[in-house]
Design a protein around this ligand. Structure first.
Ligand SMILES: Nc1ncnc2c1ncn2[C@@H]1O[C@H](COP(=O)(O)OP(=O)(O)O)[C@@H](O)[C@H]1O
Ligand SMILES: [Mg+2]
Length: 341
């Protein structure tokens, strides 16, 4: 909040009552409150109508165009340059090199994981209907500890339904699922709408919700925030975090509950490359600590960053389930080839 006030040069307005402000001042406060949430696109309807020249100039400065590129120019940028600017790869052809260069370490050799031979989660014959529609048809699945598995497939394939059924949020019409732990929250589901899953007044209280307020809980919450790179935000309101930070915070909530299996529904959609990589890094840390992650994703870059196994769904069926070997295979599974022809 204070940073926003500084950026928009209104710190002196923070302590004022709204009623006492001029229209122009109110306009600035309205813009600042939208800006504080950090939306990717801010649509302003005549934003400077009530603003003086200085204020209009300040508004112009809050966003800057640092470069203009044609699609061809963007495709020709070197990988290092794209990385530096925090951009996503402009062409998926460039993903092949990335996979061989930074493919994740195989997790299977970890002694901690070898010790646990039972699967983290197993499902047999899961079926879910909505009226005449079979959204999920006889799904068979086994997830091992420490695996990061992607679920890909076209819209409406049944990916979210599978995620919700596996986590127990949606009841299957038939079939059964079993996990290593029989506890209620053994499979944690993080849905697409992050805001509806955040309830606390601060990042710290978000992690402490539903736990006894004692030094142990606080120490654990602090440890979790540090691991997620969110320690500096402990007192911030969750609504003021960026998309990537919210995603990491929700992972922190799952970590506080020691959920062995975490299912994330499109966790990196809308994230820029830098945020996507930070979130992917957390996925890898969690997997290395023995958590099993299921990522429902359309994000080829993220899948290549961290997944070892790909499950593809279509029309309620699991059509493919394989270990990811190269980017071309992933592009095929995600349907990019079809786009080109
Ligand atoms: N609560 C619901 N009521 C009715 N139909 C649903 C419901 N949830 C999902 N469906 C249907 O099930 C199918 C699979 O949905 P979903 O799993 O959300 O697809 P996606 O693969 O895009 O995540 C879709 O046809 C969707 O309309
Ligand atoms: Mg979905």
């Amino acid at each position: 909040m204070h940073r926003t006030a500084e950026d928009l040069r209104i710190p002196e307005l923070l302590a004022r009552r709204l009623r006492g402000l001029s229209y122009g001042m109110r306009q600035k406060v309205a813009i600042a409150s939208a800006y504080a949430i950090g939306p990717q696109v801010l649509v302003l309807d005549e934003p400077s109508a009530n603003l003086d020249l200085q204020a209009t100039d300040d508004l112009r400065r809050t966003g800057q165009i640092v470069g203009t590129y044609t699609p061809t120019e963007l495709k020709q940028l070197a990988a290092a340059e794209i990385n530096r600017m925090g951009l996503r790869v402009p062409s998926l052809d460039q993903l092949d090199a990335r996979l061989t260069a930074d493919s994740p370490e195989p997790q299977a050799d970890s002694p901690k994981l070898q010790a646990e031979t039972r699967p983290a989660l197993e499902a047999h014959g899961l079926t879910r209907r909505y009226g005449p529609l079979v959204a999920l048809h006889n799904a068979e699945l086994r997830l091992d500890h420490g695996q990061i598995v992607a679920i890909v497939g076209p819209n409406g394939a049944g990916k979210s339904v599978l995620g919700r059924v596996l986590s127990g949020l949606t009841r299957p019409d038939s079939g059964r699922r079993a996990s290593t732990r029989r506890r209620h929250k053994d499979v944690w589901y993080i849905g697409q709408d992050l805001d509806s899953q955040l309830f606390g007044n601060s990042v710290l209280t978000e992690l402490l919700t539903g736990r006894p307020d004692n030094p142990e809980s606080r120490a654990r919450a602090t440890e979790t925030l540090t691991a997620l790179g969110l320690f500096d935000y402990a007192e911030h309101h969750p609504a003021t975090l960026s998309g990537g930070q919210k995603q990491r915070l929700l992972l922190g909530v799952a970590m506080m509950h020691e959920a062995p299996v975490i299912i994330l529904d499109e966790p990196t959609s809308g994230l820029d490359a830098t945020s996507m990589r930070r979130v992917s890094e957390v996925f890898r840390q969690l997997a290395a600590a023995g958590h099993t992650l299921l990522l429902i994703s359309h994000d080829a870059e993220c899948v290549l960053e961290c997944c070892q196994r790909i499950i593809r769904m279509e029309k309620g069926h699991i059509t493919d389930d394989l270990l990811l070997a190269h980017a071309t295979q992933l592009r095929q599974l995600m349907g990019y080839q079809a786009l080109r022809t």
